[in-house]
Ligand binder design. Structure first.
Ligand SMILES: *Cc1c(COP(=O)(O)O)cnc(C)c1O
Ligand SMILES: [Zn+2]
Length: 426
């Protein structure tokens, strides 16, 4: 294989060179996977997460300090009586050399996605997001001038900010919920020159998130026994599993796949229900009854994906099956308490989604699901917002408002405006 990587379909096993493919060319229902020519990981002298370029679907890099860090816990570990607790931290914490400006691991998806798109095609990236993903892409747009369109429900408007002005960002706010934002986003993707960021289907997003496992294994010196994360789509879990498969082939980091423990926030827990019932399919009536009502009650709404890549081959169900994984859920109250405990013991404010993770982790320790001697990688997927607010001047971009995504006149008018905006770039 001359190329840095090829894309492989886990269903038909065909390989493709990358033309910013998001799905198998023969039409399989599957998540394509990047197959890298480097079987052994060499850390490159490149900025931020690009030090892991061997296992990212990009040739170039971007000037960034954004990268996960990993350290051994002393306070939380002592509190829980654990010997080998490691924290993978994806946020802003200068004291520990963590510089994720927008505070969440969604940046590890955004940087490689922008580079991959630029290398494989050219155009504008469109993201429909309720928060952290949109902010991460906005930030990368601000830093790189990459044109990006972000569609959010109006309630998420405040969460889209950057630490420097984003000149090539188009922010569209929809009077509706996240599902309405996705509906409009999908309609806009039919405009030539606009590319969907692709969610879990984008290998750049998954392998970018997989750097948390890589950073953990490199720091610990081997793969952990457990990888623990709060999930909405579960993409971070899939990414950790894929990174582990590569680490096993490398040979220096152990031969057993880390077990995944993935946590959701009650009462919106579709994957927990499906997994605990032993089903590959999520059945909406059983697994997410009254989705709207349930979503309104969670502590972390970034964990409320209604269409996670769970059943799809190469997705969450397969990741859990292959790793001896578990799913569990915690209440919003338990998450809030766990977040405060983590803040007090470790000295940094976790993102609410990371607080959910800590609560699920504590529950598993108390229930003796986790052996106190096990090597654990606890993925704190976001945090450090208090320091971000002190250290940085945050900029809120202007937006275009869409009153009614179901009204054809209204969507046609926004389509015309977006087409005009896109024509400056493609
Ligand atoms: C998106 C997000 C998650 C959930 O990630 P998935 O692996 O996609 O389910 C967890 N924590 C934070 C901070 C997030 O922004
Ligand atoms: Zn296929």
């Amino acid at each position: 294989m001359d190329e840095h990587y090829l894309l492989t379909c886990p269903v038909c096993k065909k390989q493709f060179s990358d033309t910013y493919l998001l799905t198998c060319k023969t039409g399989c229902f599957s998540l394509l996977r990047a197959d890298y020519s480097a079987k052994s990981l060499t850390l490159r002298n490149l900025p931020g997460i690009f030090k892991y370029r061997d296992w990212l679907p990009v040739m170039g890099s971007l000037p960034t300090c954004s990268s996960p860090i990993c350290f051994k816990s002393s306070m939380l570990a002592a509190h829980l009586g654990l010997k080998n607790l490691w924290i993978g931290f994806s946020g802003y914490w200068p004291l520990r050399d963590a510089y994720v400006n927008t505070g969440s691991f969604k940046e590890f998806e955004a940087y490689p996605t922008v580079v991959r798109l630029r290398e494989r095609t050219s155009g504008v990236i469109l993201v429909s997001s309720a928060g952290n993903t949109g902010r991460a892409f906005a930030q990368v747009s601000a830093e790189t001038d990459q044109p990006v369109i972000i569609v959010v429900p109006v309630s998420a408007r405040e969460r889209i900010w950057t630490t420097l002005p984003a000149k090539n960002l188009l922010l569209i706010t929809v009077d509706g919920d996240y599902t309405d934002a996705i509906t409009l986003g999908n309609a806009l993707c039919s405009i030539p020159g606009i590319y969907s960021e692709g969610g879990a289907k984008n290998v750049a997003r998954r392998d970018g998130m997989g750097t948390v496992m890589l950073e953990g294994a490199v720091t610990i010196g081997k793969m952990p026994d457990w990888y623990i994360q709060g999930v909405g789509s579960g993409t971070g879990g899939i990414a950790a599993w894929e990174a582990s498969i590569r680490l096993i082939k490398d040979g220096r980091f152990g031969s057993d796949l880390p077990r995944l423990l993935l946590i959701q926030n009650e009462p919106f827990i579709p994957m927990v229900r499906a997994w605990q019932a032993g089903r590959r399919e999520i059945i909406p009536d059983l697994d997410m009854p009254d989705a709207k009502g349930a979503i309104s009650q969670v502590y972390s709404d970034v964990l409320t994906n209604r269409a996670p890549p769970y059943a799809i081959p190469g997705g969450v169900y397969d990741a859990l099956s292959e790793t001896g994984g578990l799913m569990d859920s915690v209440s919003s109250e338990a998450a809030r308490e766990a977040g405060a405990l983590f803040h007090r013991l470790e000295g940094i404010d976790p993102d609410p989604a990371a607080a959910v993770c800590v609560a699920g982790f504590i529950k598993a320790v108390h229930n003796q699901v986790i052996d106190p001697k096990a090597t654990i990688l606890l993925s704190i997927t976001g945090g450090g917002y208090e320091i971000i607010n002190q250290d940085m001047r945050i900029v809120h971009p202007p937006d275009i408002k869409v009153e009614n995504v179901l009204n054809e006149q209204c969507t046609n008018s926004i389509k015309r405006q977006v087409t005009t905006w896109v024509s400056q770039y493609v």
